[in-house]
Design a binder for this molecule. Sequence first.
Ligand code: IMP
Length: 176
Amino acid sequence: MERFEILISAQQIASRIKEIAAELDETFKEEVPIFIGILNGSFMFMADLLREVKMDCEMDFIKLSSYRGNETSGTVRLLKDISADITGRHVVIVEDIVDSGLTIKFIKDRMMEADPASLTIVSLLHKPDVAKLDFAIDIVGFEISPEFVVGYGLDYDQKFRNFDGIYRLKEGPEDN
Ligand code: IMP
């Protein structure tokens, strides 16, 4: 039995990233923003997005604890902080997926403490039916239904991050 079903192809991701990059280039044409990717899931999106933007920019990564398997632990822990000083800087957060919203809320609150000039949140995927947020995600690549997905950086038990598209993880006997 097949365990994966394609949801968003590599080509669809690539063309959406071009649009997102163009939007960011327009917004930040007079600035030098710092892109902050959330590890591990955003590594591929971050790399592809940064190859498409034309403005001068800097980048850093932050690492947080996330899902175990397909269950959330309910709390967010900081595993690696950013090295850059973001006070007074234009910050672009690059996230793979906003699911419950717990992670992005934690990041936003933490970044705002440093008093950046602006904070823009970009998420490749968004599960709007799940996320309970009191703020908007500025740029969303694709809105998806509340099902577990893997590939293009997203994992199930640390695997499948290397797939070049986004796949539905179909439940089957192998998952038990
Ligand atoms: P949230 O805190 O519930 O919004 O979850 C955010 C994090 O959970 C993401 O950065 C992912 O690492 C992980 N996550 C959420 N949904 C999925 C999914 O469908 N597949 C793989 N990882 C996911």
